[in-house]
Design a protein around this ligand. Structure first.
Ligand code: ADP
Ligand code: ADP
Ligand code: ZN
Ligand code: ZN
Length: 770
């Protein structure tokens, strides 16, 4: 393989004047936007830059994409319209010349256990056609190879490739009696009516520990059936059918389509179950007939288990004149996956296991296959998860989308992506109320000279670290062989800042998030995943600030603190204190609209009448950390927590902004904010610079440095060379992705890495050694 390192400067911007027309936005005021007016050239690439919270998403997603969708919906008949999500018109004086917008974001790909890279990209359906026509013995037409169709699916696992069963060891505590709470499954707590089904059945001694049960009693408790139990319920007495706890769990949690289970129940089901490869198909998902068909000695399962890059080679060898064109069609689609740096994936990979960045690139591939033109594509930091080596390939795709006659809008922090922009919009000057304006508009070259934060950062160089901390110990991982890891031994030094690097698919997440955390369960993982909290949660409640806020409001007004709680009698009745109403739609994302009763203020008017120094509870929730620090000056418990928000670069967030509106990077930094006072911990972070402007990357590293100086160990997977340069230690995996990766290429200090002959990471450090 010959690596390619396309220098951004060599790319040609689209010739000026080609295409024509412009998206014109005047007086935009969503979120923090201050009457923003913009003219965005059509059929060009526009990159939006600026610190997080400056308003990039408010322009691109909340204004342009929302209005485009709303106008599109208006064109449908009222019958269709009534079934579509309702979008409110964004706050702006004018929005003209929009085209249909396609948002390609990092939201998880959705889907379920039946959705794989192959099904999602439609490549699998092409392979099925090939097998139905050209394999021996052919199992039938193309559905005979579909694991989502009864004619093709394995009858034992219904095409899931694995079986799920209740893990009895986790479901009960054998050392306890029924009275002591031996039943650990959800809904079976002592005293509940479901618990009474067992405790009051008259068949068990409720004081006897389960491990003293006879084999018959055990069997009855787990699998019993065939008689009824008379229970005294609040509504009177009733005869309930007895059902062993295993059967009951299987019926309620496993036999149902998981899509119909609530999130809580799904979590419970996951917690108490074990997944095993299906004994019949061994994970192939297909029935015996489909598994027996072969082309050139390989089954369709052999194909889907290969890395995409290898499958291309297999398809190339098909020279039968009838089959070759079909194979070529599949190859063309596969080449696109390789082109975007996903050649290390296999088609059988479940989409739910992909990272946000991988998902976004996969969605991109899907759109590249379409021949529609005249659209507006909107990307949210597409470089996330990409090694600098692969950013060039990403740029190629963006350029191809443009050259096919589309408008491309990109929110991005990576200068290598900015470099291909035909037009740049730099938002700022700061975040939140300090931002919301356009501080520079024009070509990238101009931005490099501009006196804006982004411009200044582009001119700055991060020096390579020269003095390194001495490790206080070693956190070893031995013979790591999960996924593509090739049995590697890695000694992570304790008490220092370590960066784990390598191209996408080299095995970084596998090593750190799976192997390391399994070997060192004391590690604290600070990831970008959802924060499991109530829909009413906010940064203030997450950081434990609400108790103080409520207490101060109660004290100053002589009322009960509970009044100022989102789930109290003082909350708006219409929206139950959420400020928004969420409407679930069967096949689409749920739609959120501002509550008409309280206008998003979440409380009833009489609650808002109580003031502290002239401010209501809602005014306080609208404050940023910086504003709140000034307002609550002297409140000893609150100030460190507010300062923590500021330190992790979230000083611009409103205290009451719903957590559900935070991006992955923001969630990760909010979690980090709760950890700043700890010592002696091991922290694991996956790409903590996601969503961070160059200016904030420096602040983040300073913060990580402080954590280390306070006696903690910090390990982060990171692509950002500015972070790598400032680490004490680098663990570089590779050399490439998938089966061509999984080796330890280098471990040592960044200064030593600089001289490494083979590492791709070294190559990029040398490009800009500071
Ligand atoms: P960027 O994309 O540049 O990071 P955003 O457009 O997301 O910035 O945010 C700009 C400002 O608007 C920030 O102060 C942010 O906290 C606020 N904001 C963004 N989304 C919401 C929302 N759904 N509700 C309230 N405030 C929001
Ligand atoms: P990185 O973090 O460096 O991008 P990963 O650790 O995500 O790399 O992936 C390393 C290899 O392991 C890749 O070949 C990837 O396809 C594979 N892999 C990662 N996660 C899974 C998974 N959940 N199931 C199967 N294969 C996986
Ligand atoms: Zn099976
Ligand atoms: Zn309301």
């Amino acid at each position: 393989r010959t690596p390619e390192f396309p220098a951004p400067e060599t790319r040609t911007p689209a010739s000026p004047g080609s295409g024509g027309g412009a998206i014109v936005i005047t007086g935009a005021r969503e979120n923090n936007l201050r009457d923003v007016s913009l003219t965005l050239p059509k059929n060009k690439i526009t990159v939006f830059t600026g610190v997080s919270g400056s308003g990039k998403s408010s322009v691109v997603f909340d204004t342009i994409a929302v209005e485009s969708q709303r106008q599109l919906n208006e064109t449908f008949s009222s019958f269709v319209r009534n079934r579509l999500p309702k979008y409110e018109r964004p706050l702006a004086d004018g929005m003209d010349e929009l085209s249909v917008a396609i948002v390609v974001d990092q939201k998880p790909l959705g889907g379920n256990a039946r959705s794989t890279v192959g099904t999602m990209t439609d490549i699998y359906s092409v392979l099925r056609v090939l097998f139905s026509r050209h394999s021996t013995p052919a199992a039938g037409p193309a559905t005979a190879y579909s694991f989502n169709d009864p004619t093709g699916m394995c009858p034992v696992c219904d095409g899931l490739g694995r079986t799920v069963a209740l893990d009895v060891e986790r479901a009960v505590d054998w050392t306890k009696s029924l009275d002591e709470g031996a039943l650990l499954l959800p809904g079976l707590s002592v005293g509940s009516w479901e618990w009474k089904l067992y405790a009051e059945s008259g068949r068990f001694d409720t004081a006897k520990p389960l491990d003293a049960y006879t084999p018959e009693e055990r069997e009855l408790l787990l699998h019993g059936s065939g008689f009824s139990v008379r229970l005294e319920l609040k509504t009177g007495s009733a005869d309930m059918k007895f059902e062993g706890i295993v059967n009951r769990f299987t019926r309620l949690f496993l036999k149902r389509d998981t899509g119909t289970l609530s999130e809580k129940r799904r979590e419970a089901a996951d917690r108490f179950t074990v997944k095993r490869p299906c004994p019949e198909c061994g994970g192939a998902r297909l029935n015996a007939a489909a598994r027996a068909s072969r082309i050139d000695g390989l089954t369709i399962t052999d194909w889907t288990r290969m890395e995409v890059a290898d499958l291309i080679g297999v398809l190339r060898r098909i020279d039968d004149p009838v089959a070759a064109p079909v194979a070529a069609a599949a190859r063309e689609k596969l080449e696109r996956l390789v082109g975007i740096g996903l050649g290390y994936l296999s088609l059988d990979r479940e989409t739910t296991t992909l990272s946000g960045g991988e998902g976004q690139r996969l969605k991109m591939v899907r759109h590249l296959g379409s021949s529609l033109t005249g659209l507006t594509f909107v990307f949210d930091e597409p470089s996330v998860g990409l090694h600098p080596r692969d950013v060039g390939r990403l740029n190629d795709l963006l350029v191809r989308l443009r050259d096919r006659g589309n408008t491309v809008l990109v929110v991005e922090h990576d200068p290598d992506v900015m470099a291909i922009a035909d037009h740049i919009v730099d938002m700022g000057p700061g975040a939140g109320t300090e931002g919301g304006r356009v501080v520079y508009e024009g070509p990238f070259d101009g931005l490099r000279r501009a006196d804006t934060l982004t411009g200044r950062c582009l001119r700055r160089r991060t020096p390579l670290k020269e003095t390194f901390r001495t490790p206080t110990g070693r956190l070893a991982v031995t013979a790591a062989d999960r996924h593509n890891l090739k049995g590697i031994d890695v000694g992570f030094p304790a008490g220092v800042l370590t960066a784990v690097t390598g191209v996408a698919g080299s095995g970084k997440s596998t090593l750190v998030s799976e192997v390391f955390t399994a070997a060192h369960p004391e590690a604290v993982v600070i990831d970008q995943g959802a924060i499991t909290a109530s829909v009413r949660s906010t940064p203030a409640s997450y950081l434990g600030l609400m108790d103080s806020v409520r207490r101060i409001f109660a004290r100053e007004n002589g009322v009960d603190p509970g009044l100022f709680s989102f789930n109290s009698s003082g909350a708006c009745r219409e929206c139950s204190g959420r400020g928004v109403i969420q409407t679930d739609l069967a096949f689409m994302d749920p739609v959120t609209t501002v509550c008409r009763t309280c206008g998003g203020r979440r409380f009833q008017n009489h609650v808002l009448a109580h003031r502290v120094r002239g401010r209501s509870i809602v005014d306080v929730l609208g404050m940023t950390a910086a504003e709140a620090s000034a307002f609550f000056e002297g409140e000893a418990q609150m100030l460190p927590r507010l300062a923590a928000l500021d330190e992790v670069g979230l000083g611009y967030l409103a205290l009451g902004q719903p957590l559900s509106t935070l991006s992955g990077g923001e969630r990760q930094r909010l979690k980090l904010a709760t950890q700043l006072h700890r010592t002696g911990s091991v922290y694991v972070l996956d790409e903590p610079t996601t969503g961070l402007h160059m200016a904030d990357v420096g602040t983040l590293v300073t913060l990580l440095d402080r954590l280390v100086d306070a006696g903690n160990t910090v390990i982060c997977v990171e692509h950002n060379t500015d972070v790598v340069k400032r680490a004490d230690w680098v663990v570089d995996l590779g050399p490439d992705g998938g089966k061509h990766g999984g080796e330890l290429v280098f471990e040592g200090t960044p200064a030593q890495l600089l001289a490494h002959p083979k590492s791709f990471t070294a190559e990029f450090l040398r490009r800009d050694p500071g």
